[in-house]
Write a protein that binds this ligand. Structure first.
Ligand SMILES: O=P(O)(O)O[C@H]1O[C@H](CO)[C@@H](O)[C@H]1O
Ligand SMILES: [Mn+2]
Ligand SMILES: [Mn+2]
Length: 397
């Protein structure tokens, strides 16, 4: 039997959750609802393409405000539950690719141990300041001017398993910051740290009022300890194209070609342009602005506007899809801009699965793990299946 779809495209709307997961209470996240609260803050979301695909059909009992439930949605629709212990991007993306992260990565709510910090200081010849949880934009406001004078490293973390280093690009050149991050990455792979990500957070500007983080952020993620669906596809000779931070999230494993992007717009432009390429396999796009620019910043109106902008670009992409294309729109976790704190929220993620070959969409059973997505893709390409995940390919007619 030949494959159903020649090209499969995943777009991850980073952090665009669709309501509290059944285990949200375990994370202190009861009541979170990224899409719901965003749409309410907007007085209704204007997203005709997502509407047409069936976004509100995912939860017709509580439709997303402004997004009408469709009598005949164009996409197959459902939501997915995460089985990974954490609710960070790495957990979500790895799980989609058949590798849930079941052993919790470590978080450091009281900052990193002195032993680690002193090694980073010795390697870099720079002093570490802060070493506590923080919002990235707030911490550069607070300490950025000092950092410019002293050349210190602003080290901070969050509710996720992350060590982030912020530094002014003109004070610590990018290459140097990346080297310090790579060194910190090496130190934190194994116990007692077992850290998900080290992130370089360069910024520019003259003073606290105009500091801005740049697109030169780099995420140094753990290397996947086992094969992911990306490896299975690549080994079978299929194309695996990565847009945005996907390449970083998988440490480049199983990725044939990758493009960093500077914004959601840039990511969607790249995605639309690769639709003109004749390739065979998977394109995997992550749009991080929802999360980094609006979710962590708790800016629901800006978050909503970004969804509306995405929706317009989605319209362009949809018109380029052919009968042997399959488009999957989903998310990696929530980050409710209407919720307390500044951390990710444990949510279901939307699942919209569309091809121009479909006469109409239908409801799919709620997925117990994001891994069903990867299993569906390997099933389509008839490659080795991942250990985890149940394909829903046969339901797509
Ligand atoms: O507040 P900023 O720097 O955006 O950091 C956020 O970005 C990290 C990665 O998503 C999260 O763990 C959170 O710390
Ligand atoms: Mn994410
Ligand atoms: Mn985030």
């Amino acid at each position: 039997m030949t494959e159903k779809f020649k090209r499969v495209h995943i777009i991850v709307l980073d952090s665009v959750g669709i309501g509290e997961a059944s285990d949200a209470a375990k994370y202190g996240d009861e009541g979170c609802d990224t899409l719901g609260h965003t749409a309410e803050a907007m007085g209704g979301l204007n997203a005709p393409n997502l509407a047409r695909l069936g976004l509100s059909n995912i939860r017709p009992e509580r439709p997303i405000l402004g997004v009408p439930v469709q009598p005949q949605p164009a996409a197959y629709y459902s939501k997915m539950h995460e089985v990974s212990a954490g609710k960070d991007s790495m957990d979500g993306h790895w799980e989609m690719m058949g590798l849930p992260v079941l052993t919790p990565l470590h978080t450091f709510p009281n900052g990193f141990p002195e032993e680690l910090i002193s090694k980073i200081e010795a390697f870099s010849g720079r002093k570490v300041i802060w070493n506590k949880p923080a919002s990235g934009t707030e911490i550069i406001k607070k300490l950025g001017e000092r950092q410019m004078k002293t050349g210190e490293l602003i080290v901070y973390t969050s509710g996720d398993s992350v060590l982030q280093i912020a530094a002014h690009e003109k004070v610590i050149p990018l290459e140097e910051l990346y080297k310090i991050c790579e060194y910190s990455r090496k130190l934190t792979i194994d116990e007692p740290y077992h850290l998900g990500r080290v992130i370089a957070r360069p910024f520019l500007g003259d003073n606290a009022e105009n500091f801005e983080r740049t697109a030169n952020r780099r995420d140094l993620t753990l290397v996947p300890p086992e094969k992911t669906v990306l490896d299975l596809l690549a080994e079978a000779g299929l194309d695996t194209l990565a847009i945005g931070k996907i390449n970083d999230i998988f440490s480049g494993q199983g990725i044939k070609e990758g493009w960093h992007t500077v914004s959601n717009d840039d990511g969607m432009e790249r995605f639309i342009s690769i639709l003109d390429r004749d390739f065979h396999g998977l394109s995997f796009t992550n749009l991080v602005d929802f999360d980094a620019k609006y979710g962590h910043r708790r800016e629901p109106v800006l978050f909503g506007k970004a969804i509306e902008t995405f929706d317009r670009q989605l319209g362009q992409a949809l018109s380029k899809l052919k009968e042997d294309d399959l488009l999957i729109i989903t998310a990696d976790h929530g980050n409710d801009p209407g919720f307390r704190g500044t951390d990710h929220t444990r949510e279901y993620v939307p699942l919209l699965v569309y091809s121009p070959a479909f006469a109409a969409g239908q409801e799919l059973p709620v997925r117990e793990t994001f891994a069903d997505l990867g299993a569906t893709i390997t099933d389509n390409f008839k490659t080795t299946m991942p250990k985890v995940g149940t394909s829903f390919l046969d339901a797509l007619k």
